[in-house]
Design a binder for this molecule. Structure first.
Ligand code: CUA
Length: 169
């Protein structure tokens, strides 16, 4: 079969571009650990704040530098609005929404999940770098969407938990 010279070039270019994309996907999975969050559980959104663990949002120390952080994502705030962890902490974030779809993204990390009413979103991250991390809702959720954010403070030797009450952070 005869193939035109330029057509041959474009055929190989197409193959090369596809190969580059596949390698890029493989690289992001293997090296950066980027993957889709898995479905974990369902919860009745109408009684979310009465259903464990969402009836007591906050941080639980699981030992060995591992923590569980339970948050409610709702119009237009994260509850609790500020979390603190010692440097090196590995945190399982668990969140759900009582009202509409929100997003849970922590800037500067690969934490990025959708928060859907009725679904429990879970994502795990290890904070190797101290600093202040911004939590943003990245799914338009109504008039107050742009004001829906929270904060994670990571510091050496800090006590894990929500920000102490009265602490105007
Ligand atoms: Cu919640 Cu945007």
């Amino acid at each position: 079969m005869h193939i035109e010279y330029y057509e041959k070039i474009f055929l190989w270019l197409t193959v090369a571009v596809m190969a580059v994309f596949l390698v890029a996907i493989g690289y992001s999975v293997v090296v950066h650990g980027i993957h889709l969050p898995t479905a974990t559980a369902q919860v009745d959104p109408t009684t979310l704040d009465e259903t464990a663990p969402f009836d007591a949002p906050g941080v639980t120390d699981l030992g060995n530098g591992r923590y569980e952080a339970v948050l409610i994502s709702k119009m237009w705030q994260f509850q609790p609005g500020e979390l603190r962890f010692p440097t090196g902490a590995t945190v399982d974030f668990i969140t759900s929404a009582p009202d509409v779809t929100h997003g849970f993204k922590v800037v500067g990390t690969n934490i990025n999940v959708m928060v859907l009413p009725g679904e429990v979103s879970k994502v795990t991250y290890t904070f190797d770098e101290p600093g202040e991390y911004l939590i943003v809702c990245h799914e338009y959720c109504g008039l107050g969407h742009q004001a829906m954010f929270g904060k994670i403070l990571v510091e050496d030797g800090i006590e894990a938990g929500p920000a102490p009450s009265g602490d105007d952070a």
